[in-house]
Structure formats: C-alpha cells, structure tokens
Design a protein around this ligand. Structure first.
Ligand code: GCU
Length: 333
C-alpha cells in the first residue's frame, strides 16, 4: 500500500524523472512502450506480443508496459527503423530485409537454404553465440538493439492468374518484393520482374493490377486477404523468412536489472508461444483461404532452389557475412 501511495504521489507531483528512471525511494514512473506491427490482430505476432506486454506489466508491477499498434497504424516497416532510432516508438517488428538496409550482415537471414526448418531457425535466432554480435551491431551507430527473432515460416509465391510449377511460369510477371537488394535479386533470378512495395500496399497493388503476384507465408496471405485478389498459391518455399523485434537502445538501458530480466524472460515466452501458434495458425490460414476460393499447389521446388542457389555467392561477400552463414549452417547439420 505504501509503495502504491508513493508512486501515486510521485505521479501527482509531476516528477520529472525520465521514463522508467528511479525517482525517490526506488519508485519509478510507469512507462508504456509503443510497439509497431504491420500485421492484423489475428496474426500470431500480435497475439504473442500482446501476451508479452501483459506478462511484462505483471512481472514489473506496472512499471513497464507495452501497447501493440497492429495493422501498420504507425506506418510501414521502413519507417519503423527511423522511429525506433529516434525514440518516437520504442519497439517494432521488422522483417530481416529491412535490417539488411542498415547492416548488410542481416542479408544472411534471408538467403535460400540457410535454415533447414523453422525449429533450426528459432534455435539460431535465440542463440547468443551465433547472433549476439549481429544483434548488438546497431547499438552504437543507430541506437537500436535487436531483441530477438520470430519466424515468418516458408515463403512461397502467389499470383492472380495461374499456379507457377517452375520459374519459367513466372517469366515477365511483376512480383511484389520487400524493399531490399536480396529480394530484388531473388525475383530477377526467377526470371520475373521485382516490384518493391510496402506490405500494406500489396492488396491494392494486386487488385489494381500494378503487380501480378507476391510472395509470402500462408498466414499473411490469409490475414491480409491477398487470396481474394491472387488465388493461385504455389508452394515454392524459396526461403524461411525472419522477423526481428527491435528496441530503442536507450529505452532498454532505463530498465533496472530486475525489470530487464523480466523483459528478457517475457520475450522468451513470447517467441516460444509464437512458434507454437505458427503451426496451428498455418493450418487455419490454409483452410480459410481455401474456403475463400484459393488453390494451394505443390510445385517443382527443386527448380526454384536451383535457380536461387547463385544468390549465395552474390550475397555472401564479406568475412562477417561468411562467419555468420557458417555458424548458422554448422548448427543445422
Ligand atoms: C511477412 C513478415 C512481415 C513482412 C511481410 C512482407 O508477413 O512477417 O514482417 O513485412 O512478410 O512481405 O513485407
């Protein structure tokens, strides 16, 4: 009771201590961190992150809270990086290709065949010995800490008019890609024409015919309703994508040791839940999209892998990229 009274008094007095900073007698002002997300509330990322926020509030007695803003309410991922850097928002989920634009070591996480499975990917993305350096690499230059990774599952291509059995079936088609060099090269390597575009614009891009197709996992295909305008989903499984939770580094530094431990523990629970949810929600997404008229077909996966193998040489060009790639592969064998 005394603690709560002191906290209330500190709040009433308009104590000017910074967010989460210890004020008097060890009390701190509650901080609510904004978390930017470009997915809907049905997506496993929203569900797991919302639960993360609740767990964090409880574990820190309300000192640290997270408010998740879904549906690209806070803009697109390319903007999240700048906003987190500036501290306008504290947390965001961004896809690996967005971080590739800040530090090209992140390209390794988007290469075909780098991960054997979602389980292999998640063991890598949570292994400090493998990813510790690259996660901390933006702290000094950009004031951004990579907290950890979430799976995007296998990405496949889908189009408005037909199934693509081999890369030849995509020839000349305009395929939306995330805004990054590796995704542009990937679509070029398949003989199609890459169109970089923000995630939130893909539905209207497909609907209006600005693009003929896109590539993503089943859950985004369903939750973004892309199946309504591009009903032919070809299981190319050209790579297993990764998302990252990024944080403003200064915000994390304001946490007491105890609160930071609660944050880290909550995050571990969040990505584990997310990985479990991924499997069940993928099944639901397929069923939902099929009920809405979509067709899912197995295609010549080897033909796609073969066309994309040259990307490894094209994008692994520095010692640090090679070291990261080798460490990931060594843990998968
Ligand atoms: C996936 C991924 C997102 C990403 C999106 C995209 O849905 O989880 O982080 O933005 O793909 O293709 O842009």
């Amino acid at each position: 009771i005394v603690g709560v009274a002191a906290l209330t008094l500190a709040g009433c007095a308009g104590n000017s201590g910074g967010a989460g900073e210890a004020t008097d007698g060890g009390n701190v002002e509650p901080t609510t961190m904004k978390l930017a997300l470009n997915q809907t509330q049905e997506h496993p990322s929203f569900i797991a992150l919302q639960a993360f926020g609740e767990e964090l509030s409880e574990a820190t007695d309300g000192r640290w809270n997270i408010e998740v803003y879904p549906d690209s309410q806070l803009g697109d991922q390319a903007e999240y990086i700048q906003s987190v850097k500036d501290g306008v928002i504290d947390l965001a989920i961004v896809s690996a290709p967005q971080l590739e634009n800040v530090n090209d070591d992140f390209v390794i996480f988007s290469l075909p065949t780098v991960f054997d499975s979602i389980d292999h990917q998640m063991s890598v993305l949570s292994d400090d010995a493998v990813v510790g350096d690259v996660y901390a690499s933006l702290e000094e230059s950009d004031n951004i800490t990579v907290v950890g990774g979430l799976t995007q599952g296998a990405r496949s291509s889908y189009t408005k008019d037909s199934i693509a059995d081999t890369p030849a079936d995509l020839a000349g088609k305009k395929i939306r890609v995330q805004e990054s060099p590796v995704f542009i090269s990937m679509i070029n390597a398949l003989g199609a024409s890459p169109t970089p575009m923000a995630f939130s614009e893909v539905y209207t891009g497909l609907q209006s015919g600005v693009i003929d197709g896109a590539e993503n996992n089943e859950i985004s295909y369903f939750t973004q309703k892309h199946y309504e305008v591009a009903p032919f989903f070809s299981y190319t499984r050209h790579l297993i994508g990764a998302d990252f939770l990024i944080s403003n580094t200064d915000t994390l530094a304001e946490m007491s040791e105890e609160d930071r431990a609660a944050f880290d523990e909550g995050w571990t629970t969040a990505w584990e839940n997310h990985t479990d949810l991924w499997k069940t929600e993928t099944e639901e997404a397929i069923a939902g999209a099929e009920a809405g008229g979509a067709t899912f077909e197995e295609v010549d996966g080897e033909a796609f892998t073969e066309a994309l193998t040259p990307l490894l040489d094209e994008f692994i060009t520095t010692d640090s990229q090679q070291t990261l790639y080798d460490a990931i592969r060594a843990s998968g064998e």
